[in-house]
Design a protein around this ligand. Structure first.
Ligand code: NAD
Length: 290
């Protein structure tokens, strides 16, 4: 396929390279980053988008997505499909989809999980909102860039799935970290704590697969001085998106709200910026109830 790829940062560059390696013709554009070798360089976003079968965006946030969409939709050909893989507000995804539909252009919101490692290895999971027909068009590309693509329903539902998943992830990571810190103070050995919880009703992905305590469980960022991994800053972004979505639809999310406030403190007032989101454990270790 002829593909335009806009946003060639930490995630976008390796995703674009996997498409090139699979034989697709990829033309890229980024405001700052240079095009990786094998990706044709366009002089603007609209040049990267013009005449392509599919245009993929991988951008920092919804405001930038809206601005880029306003620029590229008039340049895209009718019948083409815009696939936004960024993590943005559900409302932004739905707005861009309706602007695309008004021009006869397909649109999917397709945020990912799997991080930079998954982008490089081509093992991302895509959570996709949009029509069946547009999903069918993009599915071969999801197969190249990822290991699984779930069609979650209409426009915005991919973003909805992403922020609900990450709200659970943020809350669960905090619960796992505070339980380890409590166990320490109760004199419980960390390996014993892991062995019990990972095979008992407290098990979770954060305990079993991404344990925040170094030296127990499988290798995780905790074993590498909490280098991300999944940065606390990105967790804060996703928790904020979950809370603004909850505001929009009047959903009661007390645990999500508490997790958002805690990551906000950690990233903006403490030493959480640039550290993995599991570095909540050393944070709790140092603290008491006061
Ligand atoms: P990044 O900052 O490395 O890349 C974003 C790129 O977009 C940058 O290179 C930037 O120059 C470019 N850009 C900004 N404005 C632009 C414009 N107007 N036109 C063209 N290019 C523009 O970020 P990333 O880590 O690649 O993340 C991208 C998206 O993926 C974000 O929405 C993020 O939340 C999501 N995400 C990231 C991860 C991760 O682990 N990094 C995991 C899952 C989802």
């Amino acid at each position: 396929m002829e593909i335009g790829f806009i946003g060639l940062g930490n995630m976008g560059a390796p995703m674009a390279l996997n498409l090139v390696a699979a034989g697709h013709d990829v033309t890229g554009y980024d405001l700052q980053a240079s095009c990786p070798e094998g990706v044709g360089a366009a002089a603007s976003a609209s040049e990267a988008a013009a005449g392509r079968d599919v245009v993929i965006t991988m951008l920092p946030n919804g405001a930038i997505l809206r601005a880029v969409a306003a620029e590229i939709l008039p340049a895209m050909r009718e019948g083409a499909v815009l696939v936004d893989c960024s993590t943005v507000e559900v409302a932004a995804a739905r707005e861009v989809a309706s602007q695309a539909a008004a021009r006869g252009i397909g649109c999917l919101d397709a945020p990912v999980s799997g991080g930079v490692g998954g982008a490089a290895a081509g093992t991302l999971t895509f959570m996709v909102g949009g029509t069946e027909a547009d999903f069918a068009t993009a599915e071969p590309l999801f197969d190249v860039m990822g290991q699984k693509a779930v069609h979650c329903g209409g426009a915005g539902n991919g973003q909805a799935a992403k922020i609900c998943n990450n709200m659970i992830l943020g809350v669960t990571m905090i619960a796992t970290c505070e339980a380890f810190a409590l166990a320490d103070k109760l004199g419980l050995d960390r390996q014993a704590m892991f062995d019990v919880v990972s095979t008992s009703s407290g098990y979770s992905w954060t305990m079993n697969a991404y344990c925040p305590a170094p030296g127990v469980g499988p290798q995780s960022p905790a074993d590498h001085d909490y280098q991300p991994g999944f940065a606390a800053d990105l967790m804060l972004k996703d928790l904020r998106l979950s809370q603004s979505a909850a505001d929009d639809v009047d959903a009661d999310t007390p645990m999500g709200q508490a997790a958002c406030a805690l990551y906000e403190t950690f990233v903006e007032q403490e030493d959480g910026a640039g550290r993995d989101f599991s570095a909540m454990l050393p944070r709790f270790e140092k603290r008491g109830r006061g």
